[in-house]
Design a protein around this ligand. Structure first.
Ligand code: G1P
Ligand code: ZN
Length: 543
């Protein structure tokens, strides 16, 4: 077969964001666009000659065609082997696991995570390194630099590759191995969790609903929850991955997982509800009439992880992204273990996990995970919750109430202003940045600012420095507002405002977070001039 060297030229805007490159599907489908970026990845990581790569995605529109192109390019660039999920399917955590168990040199994961899929929606591609985790900032920079100077890509002139037949085939000297996407992942889960205890829970009539949101976790959840753990059939809903996610928005939060929320807040709800996103790395946990915020979930899991066999020896430390609430910090303090505050994005956890400094990690954006892989992992979080419920015999509400009694409650909410004009959003951030030095001591909505700064991170393992990672305003009395622009959007800018207020009185009457945070919300809006500048009177999404 001929290897074609196709002339190309730098394409502007191929800058990877929080997790890889995300664009409208139509952008990725332009002739040569995907090819250009894939070659930039290969060049940016120093070539793939002789390497073994894991390849798979969340099944969204263009997934299989894109995998075909990637395989022909990997072969043309001299890769030794590609391990591919059957049908082109691999959840992000399963891909991370495959890279690790097969000692691959890295992987290409095709996903735009929780963003909708389809010809008019979003597509994405990210490179993960040999530790199974997202490319570090340094590698990402090299890939981006390559997009600015690339002049050709290499591709094999070959027909479509069959992604459905399990087994090994040859593509011009490169081995292609099609594997079942679930097997290795499920085996890892069986090692970490007490499947016996969880099975018994289901045998005793415990009812659960898992909403796969028409995305990649359907096959994983069916196999693990229904087949291996004996949950009633029908426990998994929306379980068949579809290219446009059933025309839905596969983001597991109360706004988008409406079917699940309606059931969990309706009459006779199941004992436990959960959902995962497009590529299976996010999770939502909800008890009967009781939504668990991701920040609280991280804190609860960190507190009780030792009840699962995989974490029986306790945790080395906990890491959370800066905008995530401080609930986990209080657990770390009580346990006398390390707590790390990182910039947004899973790539910052990799070094801490590799160095054995942290065991559990989490983000407010419904991402929780541990050192079992190098990505956040939706089903893993669900199984750890199930393990904890099985061992303690408590309900989700009891677990939460106990937690707040012991540690206090960090009221928390995130307000998103979506598709804001980029210039307006950038100006808002610039103006806020300019205000920072004079903010301490001033008041807004009756709250006094105690400190205001812009978060920067020095990686304790490799010493790398990441600046401009979010503007933080702290208020007297334990409140905080954080502002940052999303790095994963594909339309205009998304302004994220993260709001938090710590309540430590054990007698506090629990209230709706939006009420508990009302003053902070007002202060944050006032200081950043959100309504005045964006002309939006309220956020588009509140989580
Ligand atoms: C968002 C989340 C972030 C997460 C990322 C990838 O990024 O906020 O926590 O790591 O998606 O799932 P953002 O759009 O805020 O840059
Ligand atoms: Zn995701």
């Amino acid at each position: 077969m001929t290897v074609n060297t196709v002339p190309t030229q730098p394409i502007e805007g191929q800058k990877p964001g929080t997790s890889g490159l995300r664009k409208k599907t139509a952008v990725f489908m332009q002739p040569g666009y995907l090819e250009n970026y894939v070659q930039s990845i290969f060049d940016g990581i120093g070539g793939v000659d002789g390497q073994t790569l894991v390849v798979g995605g969340d099944g969204r529109y263009f997934n299989d065609t894109a995998i075909g192109i990637i395989l022909r390019m990997a072969a043309a660039n001299g890769a030794a082997a590609c391990i591919v999920g059957q049908g082109g399917i691999l959840s992000t955590p399963a891909a991370s696991n495959l890279i690790r168990v097969r000692k691959a040199d890295g992987g290409l994961i095709l996903s735009a995570s929780h963003n909708p899929g389809g010809p008019d929606a979003d597509f994405g591609l990210k490179y993960n390194g040999p530790n199974g985790g997202p490319a570090t900032e340094a590698v990402t920079e090299k890939i981006f630099a390559r997009t600015l100077e690339i002049d050709a890509y290499r591709i094999l002139a070959a027909g479509a590759v069959d992604l459905d037949a399990l087994g090994v085939s040859d593509l011009n000297g490169m081995k292609i191995e099609i594997v079942d996407p679930v097997t290795d992942y499920a085996a890892l889960m069986e090692k970490l969790f007490d499947f016996g205890a969880i099975s018994k829970l289901f045998q005793n009539g415990f009812r659960m609903r898992f909403d796969a949101m028409h995305a990649v976790t359907g096959p994983y959840a069916r196999d693990i929850l229904e087949n291996r753990l004996g949950a009633a059939s029908g426990t998994v809903i929306n379980g068949i991955p579809s290219p446009d996610f059933g025309k839905g928005h596969p983001d597991p939060n109360p706004v988008w997982a409406t079917e699940l929320m309606t059931e969990m807040y309706g009459t006779n709800p199941p004992d436990f509800g959960a959902a995962s996103d497009g590529d299976g790395d996010r999770n939502m946990i909800v008890g009967p009439k009781s939504y668990v915020s991701p920040s609280d979930s991280l804190a609860v899991l960190a507190d009780l992880a030792h009840l699962a066999p995989g974490y029986a020896d306790g945790l080395a430390g906990i890491a959370r992204s800066m905008p995530t609430s401080g609930a986990a910090d209080r657990v770390a303090e009580a346990k006398g273990i390390g707590i790390f505050e990182t910039p947004t994005g899973w790539k910052f956890f990799g070094n801490l996990l590799d160095a054995g400094k942290a065991t559990l990690c989490g983000e407010e954006s419904a991402g929780t995970g541990s050192d079992h892989v190098r990505e956040k992992d939706g089903l893993w979080a669900v199984l750890l919750w199930l393990n904890i419920l099985a061992v303690t015999g408590k309900t989700v509400t009891e677990i939460l109430t106990d937690h707040w009694q012991r540690y206090g409650r960090n009221y928390y909410s995130r307000h998103d202003y979506e598709a804001v004009d980029s210039a307006i959003a950038n100006d808002l951030v610039e103006a806020l940045r300019a205000k920072l030095p004079g903010l301490a001591g001033t008041t807004a909505a009756g709250l006094t600012v105690s400190k205001a700064d812009e978060f920067a991170y020095d990686d304790p393992v490799d010493g790398s420095h990441s600046a401009n990672q979010g503007i933080r305003i702290f208020f007297e009395g334990g409140g905080r507002a954080v502002f940052r622009l999303s790095g994963t959007g594909t339309e205009g800018a998304t302004l994220r405002v993260y709001l938090e207020q710590l309540e430590t009185s054990p007698d506090a009457v629990h209230q709706d977070p939006q009420l508990a945070l009302a003053q902070i919300i007002k202060a944050a809006n006032g200081i950043a001039e959100i309504s005045a500048r964006t002309k939006r009177m309220s956020p588009d999404v509140i989580t």
